[in-house]
Design a protein around this ligand. Structure first.
Ligand code: AMP
Ligand code: MG
Length: 348
């Protein structure tokens, strides 16, 4: 398939180009577009065939439901099959447009292919002018998972998407790097206490400030419980090389990584280290990348996926990564790092 590639500027929208891309959505094609979280692989959320095309392009397991992206409240009301609760209204007021996905009962307008057979639908309003204009111009909710080949790190730059999906989708809209850099928080409001099904761009602490008590799905912390978000059971975000996450007191972590890296080097391996600004000077390895600063974990969120892809590019044989604090946005970063490492963890 020949993929049409657009380079667009969020601050100076090329409406004509977006109208062209919207026409592709309207004819049930696939369009990759930038969002503030990661790039999304979008198609008409009201069409079973369009949804199937998303799964095919990514190689995504068909039991992993998609998020419907909307640009206005009328569109939300069209895709959900329940009245808006006070909690949902409050959250939408504070966090939309933004990296928060809410789960609702689905309306009959949403086909089973989008929700993987569930009777609920995940919805969010993205905080990106290109994404919002594309949805508005197509006049349709757009189902969109992250625009990577299934299992790989999510794309936060146009070049990541082109590497993964050129030739597999109808169009790719490249914009700037994703501001948040990891996926939305998925929140279930169906129980008495709101529950995070996937940690993401909106933190537990931010949700607690609006809602009071908020739980975290047991399936995220206890491996014997099945996660409520089907996607959370899969290994994800994995770089090509084996990755090992080292957790513990920072000085010990650095010493352990130095020792392991030296051992691998002695065996002739190309070693990658995912460090932080505070520690990168302490390492000697073939490829030392920093995920950002420990004093501002949002910088880590914004750069981890790009760092994982850089290790792939440099063809390292093994990656050692430092664990960071699980507070605030650190919870979502650590969720992605744990998965990228396939839960290969050394505690020191
Ligand atoms: P992605 O498309 O990669 O951002 O992943 C979307 C996430 O939302 C996956 O973990 C899905 O399993 C989850 N999700 C989507 N729809 C639902 C739903 N109706 N109920 C629970 N989780 C969902
Ligand atoms: Mg994904």
């Amino acid at each position: 398939m020949k993929t049409k590639i657009y380079q667009l500027d969020e601050k100076n929208l090329d409406i004509q180009a977006i109208k062209e891309a919207a026409e592709i959505i309207r004819s049930n094609g696939t369009v990759v577009f930038p969002t503030e979280t990661v790039y999304g692989l979008g198609a008409n959320a009201l069409s079973p065939d369009a949804a199937k095309a998303i799964f095919a392009a990514k190689g995504r397991p068909s039991d992993n439901p998609l998020i419907a992206h909307i640009s206005c409240i009328d569109m939300l009301l069209y895709v959900i099959g329940e009245p808006l609760s006070d909690k949902a209204k409050k959250l939408m007021n504070v966090f939309w447009p933004g990296p928060l996905t809410l789960i609702f009962k689905k309306s009959s307008a949403i086909p089973d292919e989008v929700t993987a057979g569930l009777d609920t639908v995940a919805v969010r309003m993205p905080d990106n002018a290109i994404a919002l204009e594309l949805i508005k111009q197509s006049g349709l909710p757009i189902a969109a998972p992250s625009a990577n080949i299934s299992g790989k790190p999510s794309p936060t730059k146009g070049e990541h998407v082109i590497g993964d999906l050129d030739g597999k989708v109808d169009a790719i809209i490249c914009g700037s790097s994703s501001r948040v850099g990891l996926e939305s928080t998925v929140l279930d409001l169906s129980g008495a206490i709101p529950t995070i099904l996937r940690p993401g761009g909106i933190t537990l602490e931010e949700l607690q400030a609006v809602l009071g008590e908020v739980h975290i799905d047991k399936g995220l912390v206890d491996k014997s419980t099945t996660p409520k978000a089907p996607g959370m059971k899969y290994t994800h975000y994995a770089p090509e090389a084996k990755m090992i996450l080292v957790k513990g007191e920072l000085q010990k972590v650095v010493a352990k990584i130095q020792q392991l890296a030296a051992e691998q080097k002695a065996q002739g391996k190309l070693v990658g280290i995912l460090a932080t600004e505070e520690t990168k000077k302490d390492y000697q390895a073939d490829v030392v990348l920093t995920m950002g600063s420990r004093s501002d974990l949002y910088t880590a969120a914004a750069s981890i996926f790009d760092a994982l892809r850089q290790f792939d590019k440099q063809k390292v044989d093994i990656i050692y990564a430092e664990a960071i604090s699980e507070e605030s946005i650190g919870m979502a970063v650590m969720n992605r790092l744990n998965k990228a490492a396939g839960f290969n963890i050394i505690e020191v």
